[in-house]
Ligand binder design. Sequence first.
Ligand code: HEC
Length: 482
Amino acid sequence: MTRRTRVHHRLGQLLSMLALSAAGLACGSEPGRSPATLPMPMAGVPAVLPPGPGPGVSPVTGGGAGGATAPAGTAGLAPATGGTMGTVTAGSGPVVPPPPSGPVSYHKDIRPIMQARCYGCHVAGGAGGFELDAWEKVQPLAAAVVHAVTTRKMPPWLADSANCMKTRYDQRLTDAQLALFTAWKDAGFTEGNAADFVAIVEEKPREVGAPTIVMKAARPVSLRAGTEWYECVVMQSVPTDTWVTAIQVVPDKDEYVHHAIVNVGNGACSALGILADNVYSFRPGSQRLVFEEGDAMLIPAGKTIAVQHHYNTRFAPASTTDQSELHLWTLPAGQKPMRSISRMPNHDMLINIPVGAVNQREGESASVSAAAGSEIIGISPHMHYLGQTFKETLNRRDGSEVCLVDIPDWDQDWQLDYFYSPADYIKVASGDVVDQTCMFSNRAEDQGKDPEGKPFSPIYTTYGEDTRQEMCLGYIWFRTPL
Ligand code: HEC
């Protein structure tokens, strides 16, 4: 199937989904996306950073923070005891725009939001699979658009900042914006006047120019049609210590790459932290990750970069290939940044979820060991299909608490990174504790699907990287002055 027929296929699914909703069946089916029994391990392994002298390494005891150790003089995590969850204090709520005047219409009220929040994926060649960037394209799908938006399925942004840290480039729509979509539906999806359109102006990542290193996969991967699987693709090693200021995975056939995880190690992909440290993940719609001026992440000399691809070729033509590139923006050789970026796992490895469980609470507490001036700059949560909610809280030794990330409705398909604005970075000190709580349910309706789209039947689920096992893993991103 060509890309065009694939897109039409998706549209066909969408329209039949609409017909189903009209007939009173539950909406929210997921065209074109389902999990599989996978030959390669699932994403998300504990990191093992090179041990160094100096602070940052705490002894790890049973089932703790994933055996993570930190590079010298940075920040790290160790298991903690006695950490408790508590009330939320930090963060600011979403900024609610003033209510627009005049009757609600596509051009005046809906298009500005869609341009800011949907065009990133729903344009020609985009990850969304079909286009929503003009009235003629939106009109036939208007009901599906309103449904996807008001159920918060779209745009994908799981972190809720209402009572938690505000996330940078927050894509989540405000309650006021949701109300506009509902009002638009109630008004009969009116088009309105194109002259009423006023673009929303938003902060964008800083410009970084052309990448300094472009790595290409050692060989093209043959894409078999109609399935999904993991493939570990070796890129290359770095001969000298390399400080990365920005990073981007550029898939050759992005419509077939469900995710790609950059591993730094000996050329292997994730293997429970022994072989590789995963430092960055690409998902559909992922932008380049750009650190602040003066910040960089170290790839030590001699390490080899491998990228674990999760391919989904359900709609691919019979034979095609993919040869992804990894783009790195780096500091000139010998130059050090002012601050180093590292990402440490807080990892619960003692998960046991019986069949039928509903909102079973699992979690992990880890104590931070941090060099002076260390800050938390963001969180990357990770669970699989049975995950329902995810929350990470910082409990400081002085008794204060900060809600780091709050995900009220987990979606396995959107494993996103949530960073803060630099002005909001959170100071941490050794002895502070990060408490992580994951809720899991294991009923029929919580399961992933096999390659044919048939839901798995519930099984007793334990910890593991396979998609049919579970994880309660939060990567905590630190920034530390050098
Ligand atoms: C980060 C990429 C991304 C963004 C941003 C995004 N979408 Fe999507 N959207 C997708 C993908 C991928 C799918 C296909 C999901 C699937 O196959 O299950 C999708 C599916 C949909 C669907 C199909 C129905 C459904 O529930 O699966 C609708 C409708 C939709 N998007 C509307 C929107 C609207 C409206 C916005 C903006 C408010 C938006 N999307 C923003 C990626 C995105």
